[in-house]
Design a protein around this ligand. Structure first.
Ligand code: FAD
Length: 380
């Protein structure tokens, strides 16, 4: 049985879930408020295809990343590329965990890395470093890919403005669907978990020379990571990238809209100063180009949980995305829940008594005939 499903939002989640379910024969319509896919958080982030190295404090997040990474490069081989030299370094006194503990956690999680001392000449205040195989997401290729492969399914500049759950359907913008998947990262319907909206500012830099990616872990630290253009990097800081925390998405949007040149200058100074503690040559190696603004939806908690979760309320699914590598996890959770619905929607002969052939052939003949009649009625 094929269901008609509305997907709200064409970020990484809406696009991937919509495309996967459409390939399986479901009748999909994706509603996106903006003029292109991957316009919001999905097109404004650090573009890191995570392997788990960022999440020493959350086992589930590391596991999802490790598995999602492999599936991503298999499913979308042209939508990410390797990062030539990708360093994770643990600072001497500013990290929440020491270098040995960090390595033990990553090794125990089955994520491959190589310890390196090759970069000691340009890193300061660091107790150790590893090289990893994390990749960078190709955002423009991804936009083109989804726009092309979702032709006829993706409806741009079409915001969902009304949704009404009915007995056997959900009415979305006046049209009936069997199910709805809210992939707006909590912006349309609220998600049943303690969350907040965090407006963010990343800084864009041009590298003067071929520079490695450097990520300082674990805790309130910073990173510089290439984009799909290997000479353009983003600078991100756990302490300075957030612009606040709000329980309401509209307040977070208002905060983004109020960003001015004074705030940008303050953030630039704070983030560069933080990075220069570990990369003293940062300002000679990179030239400031501008900012990137977005809104993150985050669970409340210190353990840095960025795992993905799916919530279902009758015919409506809500996606709490963590990072982009968990698109596969999200699709599978939705699919298995839909398959459950499919099972329940087929007529069930609940009693084993129906299958017992009666002792007398006369009775058996009569029972089989009546059972066939019943099945024919159900099939019709
Ligand atoms: C600063 C920052 C850095 C990050 N770095 C990384 C990183 O390096 N690697 C990583 O994997 N993840 C990173 N993330 C997280 C990543 O960006 C998100 O997990 C991912 O983009 C979420 O995708 P999504 O599809 O759930 O949401 P979104 O990309 O936000 O998509 C939701 C879509 O819904 C649309 N929408 C909303 N309301 C409606 C409506 N009523 N009708 C129709 N459409 C609607 C929006 O326009 C939007 O396009 C980062 C996030 C931020 C903010």
């Amino acid at each position: 049985m094929s269901f008609k499903i509305a997907v709200i939002g064409a970020g990484w989640y809406g696009c991937h879930i919509g495309l996967s379910l459409s390939a399986l024969g479901f009748d999909i319509k994706i509603f996106e408020r903006e003029r292109r896919p991957l316009h919001r958080a999905s097109g404004n982030n650090q573009f890191r295809l995570h392997l788990g190295f960022h999440y020493a404090r959350h086992h589930g997040t590391r596991q999802q990343s490790r598995d999602g990474f492999l599936r991503f490069i298999e499913r979308y081989p042209n939508l990410s590329s390797p990062v030539d030299r990708n360093i994770y370094a643990v600072p001497k006194s500013d990290s929440l965990i020491d270098f040995t503990t960090y390595k033990m956690i990553m090794a125990a999680s089955g994520i491959e890395f190589t310890e390196t001392t090759e970069y000691e000449h340009f890193l300061s205040n660091v107790s150790g470093a590893i090289l990893t195989k994390e990749r960078v997401l190709m955002i423009n290729q991804a936009r083109d890919y989804f726009q092309e492969s979702l032709a006829g399914i993706l409806h741009l500049e079409t915001a969902v403005t009304s949704m009404e759950p009915l007995d056997k359907h959900v009415r979305v913008n006046g049209e009936l669907f069997d199910y709805v998947i809210d992939a707006t990262w909590g912006h349309f319907l609220s998600i049943p978990r303690e969350l907040y909206f965090e407006p963010t500012m990343l800084l864009y830099y041009e590298a003067m020379d071929h520079h490695p990616a450097v990520t300082l872990v674990d805790g309130s630290l910073c990173s510089v990571y290439p984009t799909e253009d290997p000479s353009i990097f983003t600078l991100s800081s756990v302490a300075h990238t957030p612009l606040g925390g709000f329980t309401n998405a509209n307040q977070a949007r208002a905060c983004i809209n109020s960003v001015d040149s004074v705030l940008i200058r303050e953030k630039q100074t704070a983030m560069e100063n933080q990075m220069m503690r570990y990369l003293p040559q940062f300002c000679e190696s990179f030239q400031f180009k501008g900012v990137q603004l977005a809104i993150k939806t985050k669970p409340v908690g210190m353990e840095d949980d960025r795992s993905c979760a799916i919530y279902r309320n009758d015919r409506i699914f809500s996606v709490l995305s963590g990072k982009i590598d968990t698109i596969f996890y999200a699709t599978e959770r939705i699919l298995s829940s839909l398959e459950g619905s499919q099972l329940f929607s087929t007529p069930r002969n609940v009693s084993i008594r129906n299958d017992i052939v009666a002792a007398s052939s006369r009775q058996a003949g009569a029972r089989i005939a009546s059972s066939n009649k019943k099945n024919l009625a159900q099939d019709a």
